[in-house]
Write a new protein. Sequence first.
Length: 105
Amino acid sequence: MTTAAVDILETIEFDEEGFMTDPKAWSEEIGLEIADVLGIALTDRHRIVINFAREYFFKNDDAPTLRTITKQTDVSMKEMYALFPGGPAKIAAKVSGLGKPTGCI
């Protein structure tokens, strides 16, 4: 992680689980830095999920569940686990600057 990344992320407020507290403060640059910290190199497939998750959030006031993402995009369950290892809905929400999806442990 670069010094610039540390500076950018230090200006953002996160909750105790590492989710941004203000989704409106998110930018693509912040998403890239969060992904970098999590060891994820973002691709166009990640961006499909991120864009969907952000649009869904601002319509529904909640981050989408894994099932919602896989049912409403062309990203399969298997691909979600490959793109966002370690809890795909939670990790996707973090990179997207959203809170933890309802129902996630």
